[in-house]
Every structure is written in structure tokens, then in C-alpha cells.
Design a protein around this ligand. Structure first.
Ligand code: PXL
Length: 256
């Protein structure tokens, strides 16, 4: 059976982040990709100029169409825009028969809000309890756990706190740490660490999207969680290492 992976996320016309990054990642990792679009950004590697959030009923219709015909083996969420969309996804997720990876995107890499305040509350209350895996970066982990997350110790603490809010597993990403890029996974009451040496680069646009898409592709293929994270970490590290150097700003990764 062909593994199928679904992304529920926003569009980045420059192709580095959002659904475009997710679909490229699914393809490279040999999962058939599907995408439900939540919002459209106008951006390139330099700026985000505009964000248009779609109607929740349009998101719902896209999701229904996909689920009734080609149900995925795993799905991820990225930018969700507002509370109505978060509610739509959370309601649908109650009957998902596959794991849901939640990348709690609050801002674009350039700091443009991709989820409003009411949406953030809905994400915490309604979507986190439906998540198989929550993948916050340091600032999202600080925001959602309500503690300052700056090192491995506080990453572990944040993962534990967040796992009491519903997600089965939590992966706190240390891409913004000083020194080694260490990610902390809290899974079945145990901590796992995934380390990679830091790559000196400015081309990191879409790193979070690509990483969560890689985990989702692996889960769609039936890879058990700690191995799925390990493979995704290798993929993301190589994608950063071999970035094609496109654009005049924060450039995209190498999804090949
Ligand atoms: O990195 C989060 C993110 C998610 N979704 C879209 C984005 C970005 C970052 O730029 O553009 C569409």
C-alpha cells in the first residue's frame, strides 16, 4: 500500500515553507502527499506582505473530500489562522484513525502572526488533546507551557508540562539553542534526545514545516515514533546543510 500523508496548513508561494515544503518533503520521503489549505500568505524570502485566512467551511469541505476518498496514514497541521479553523480541525480529529502531528505555528519565521489570540486558546483547549505528537520550537514551548524554555533542562520540563495538556507525545525542538541543535522527545514517560551539530547558515526558511512534514511522512509509512523523529532529524539536518542558496533573504532548504 502506498503510504499517504496529509498536511493541513498555509500556502507559501515562494515554496520554502507551508504546504509547499510539506508536499516536497512527503514526496522525497516516498509518501503520497495531500494538502488542505487553511490560509494564503503573500511572501518571499525577504518579507511576508499579506495573510488571507480561508473560511472554515471551505477548510472543512477540503478535509471531508480528502478523508472520504483517500484517507491518509498520518496528518500534520501547520498555520491554522483562527479559532474557527482550529475548531473545525479539532472536531474532525476526534474521529481520525491515524496519528495527527501538531506543529503549533503561531508566527511565520519573519514574525508575522499566523494564528490569532482566540485561535491560540482554541489550539490549547481543543487541538492539543487530539495530537499524537506536538512539535513546538523553544518560543512556542515557552508560550504554551508558560515557562521560560532556554536549555535542555527547561525543554524537558516544558515537554512534561505540555504532555499533561493532551498530546500523547511532545518533541521540543532546540534549533534556536546556542551550540548543538538538540531536540527533546517525551514519549511514554521517557525522554529521548536527538542532537545534530549546528550548521552556520541564514537559509532556514521552512525548517519547522519541513521537520514536522518529515515526521508525518515517516508515521504514514508506519515508522515507530522515536525512529520517525530520528529519520526526520537526519533529513532536516541534511536539508539545511545542502540549502540551495535561493533568494535574497532567509532562503529555503534543500528538499531533495
Ligand atoms: O514557519 C511557519 C510557517 C508556516 N506556514 C507558512 C509559513 C511559515 C513561515 O514562514 O509561511 C505558510
Amino acid at each position: 500500500m502506498t503510504p499517504v500523508a496529509l498536511t493541513i496548513a498555509g500556502s507559501d508561494p515562494s515554496g520554502g515553507a507551508g504546504i509547499q515544503a510539506d508536499l516536497k518533503t512527503f514526496h522525497r520521503l516516498e509518501a503520497y502527499g495531500e494538502s488542505v489549505i487553511t490560509l494564503i500568505t503573500v511572501q518571499n524570502t525577504l518579507t511576508v506582505d499579506r495573510v488571507e485566512v480561508l473560511d472554515a467551511d471551505l477548510v472543512q469541505q477540503q478535509l471531508d473530500a480528502v478523508l472520504r476518498d483517500i484517507p491518509p496514514g498520518a496528518a500534520k497541521t501547520g498555520a491554522l489562522g483562527n479559532a474557527a479553523i482550529v475548531r473545525t480541525i479539532a472536531d474532525a480529529a476526534a474521529s481520525f484513525k491515524f496519528p495527527l502531528v501538531v506543529d503549533p505555528v503561531l508566527f511565520s519565521s519573519k514574525g508575522f502572526p499566523l494564528l490569532d489570540a482566540e485561535g491560540r486558546t482554541a489550539l490549547i483547549e481543543l487541538l492539543l488533546p487530539r495530537a499524537f505528537l506536538l512539535m513546538p520550537n523553544l518560543s512556542e514551548a515557552s508560550d504554551l507551557a508558560g515557562i521560560s524554555v532556554t536549555d535542555i533542562h527547561s525543554m524537558r520540563r516544558a515537554a512534561e508540562i505540555l504532555s499533561t495538556r493532551g498530546p500523547k507525545n511532545v518533541l521540543v525542538k532546540g534549533g534556536h539553542l546556542q551550540g548543538e541543535a538538540v531536540d527533546v522527545l517525551f514519549c511514554n514517560g521517557q525522554f529521548h534526545e536527538f542532537a545534530a551539530s549546528r550548521i552556520k547558515t541564514t537559509h532556514t526558511h521552512g525548517t519547522g514545516c519541513t521537520y514536522s512534514a518529515a515526521v508525518t511522512a515517516e508515521l504514514a509509512k508506519g515508522t515507530p515514533l522515536p525512529d520517525a523523529v530520528a529519520r526526520a532529524k537526519t533529513f532536516i539536518t541534511r536539508a539545511i546543510q545542502w540549502a540551495p542558496g535561493l533568494g535574497s533573504g532567509t532562503g529555503p532548504l534543500n528538499h531533495f
